[in-house]
Write a protein that binds this ligand. Structure first.
Ligand code: ASN
Ligand code: ZN
Ligand code: CA
Length: 332
């Protein structure tokens, strides 16, 4: 038995937060007993194995600086908790497999490693420390993105290549944004940008933009025949764009200080239904309609079926799903 504790995390990106920890003897560990015993481990620049479970004497983790080894751990542990809470409280799913069992996180993977990833084989998330080991890839949206790869793997199982691969990537960006908005953290406010906290380009720009994906210089804004031949992180663009249009509508809009300008392929306007309803539709489609080979046309059919079940086929929500797909060049 390990007693439940609430530790304090001094994170890199999310300010001072509460972390689920456990007491064992006179020390504490990053073990979230309220969330499937999700644990966070230190790889200490190694690239294999589990590493060592973060353990400390005072239940205070990190100091807000990347040079303190506990700081990235605090961010990763917090991101996992927010993602767990989002799926449980908003989508009614208990853990990645829906069985109440937590995964685990590994931080400080490799040296200057500029990526993060989910692995089905370890049922775990792994985070590099970024360029110069100065920008760990542990922001809320990245954590939720990686954890969502686990959810996708255990639900639709979208194959990670071709159009299904783009939809797999988009699903991770969609819930990355949804978790970040739902968290309502004052230091890392919700947006339709992915990776805006981790300075992956070295100039402060985000990794991806959902309102107009081509702003990253590589992602596609609209579906076209042959989009399945581009990298899944770029063929995700139209589905991310669909989610933005369905949530917020086309045109210009400022949310939490960020101004978006979302175009449509047909020039027709889309009226948004709000991100909560849009995310419910995508989650229902992911878990009850999509299969491993679902493509863009199938995603349209699946989300329309989900919207019909949730809101009715005569609803404004159903109509908005039709309009948002038309807006990214996926038609009937
Ligand atoms: N961070 C990347 C992703 O989640 C890792 C990868 O390319 N699989 O998509
Ligand atoms: Zn991904
Ligand atoms: Ca973000």
């Amino acid at each position: 038995y390990q007693a439940i504790h609430n530790g304090t995390g001094n994170t890199m990106y999310s300010g001072t937060v509460t972390l689920g920890t456990a007491q064992s003897g006179s020390s504490y560990t990053l073990t979230d007993t309220a969330r499937g015993n999700h644990k966070t481990y230190n790889l200490n620049r190694g690239t294999s194995g589990t590493g060592t479970l973060f353990t400390g004497p005072d239940d205070v983790w990190g100091n807000g600086s990347a040079s303190n080894a506990e700081t990235a751990a605090a961010d990763a542990h917090y991101g996992a908790a927010l993602t767990w809470d989002y799926y449980k409280n908003v989508q009614g799913r208990s853990g990645i497999r829906g069985d109440g069992v937590g995964a685990y996180s590994r931080v400080h993977y490799g040296n200057n490693y500029v990526n993060a990833f989910w692995s089905d084989s370890c049922f775990c998330m792994t985070y590099g420390d970024g360029s110069g080991n100065a920008n760990p890839l542990t922001s809320i949206d990245v954590a939720a993105h990686e954890m969502t790869h686990g959810v996708t793997s255990h639900t639709a199982g979208l194959v990670y290549s071709g159009e299904s691969g783009g939809l797999n990537e988009a699903t991770s960006d969609i819930f990355g944004a949804a978790v970040e908005f739902h968290a309502n953290n004052a230091s890392d406010v919700g947006d339709y940008l992915i990776g805006e906290e981790i300075d992956i380009n070295g100039d402060g720009t985000p990794l991806r933009y959902m309102d107009k994906p081509s702003k990253d210089g590589a992602s596609k804004d609209y579906w076209y025949a042959g989009i399945g031949n581009v990298d899944v992180h770029y063929s995700s663009g139209p589905a991310n764009h669909f989610f933005y249009l369905l949530s917020e509508g086309s045109g210009t809009k400022t949310i939490n200080g960020v101004t978006y300008d979302s175009p449509t392929s047909d020039g027709l306007p889309v009226t948004g239904i709000g991100r909560e309803k849009a995310a419910k539709i995508w989650f229902r489609a992911l878990t009850t309609k999509f299969t491993s080979t679902t493509n863009y046309a199938g995603a349209r059919t699946g989300t329309l079926a989900a919207a019909g079940e949730l809101y009715g086929t005569d609803s404004t929500e159903y109509k908005a799903v039709q309009d948002a797909w038309a807006g990214i060049n996926v038609g009937a």
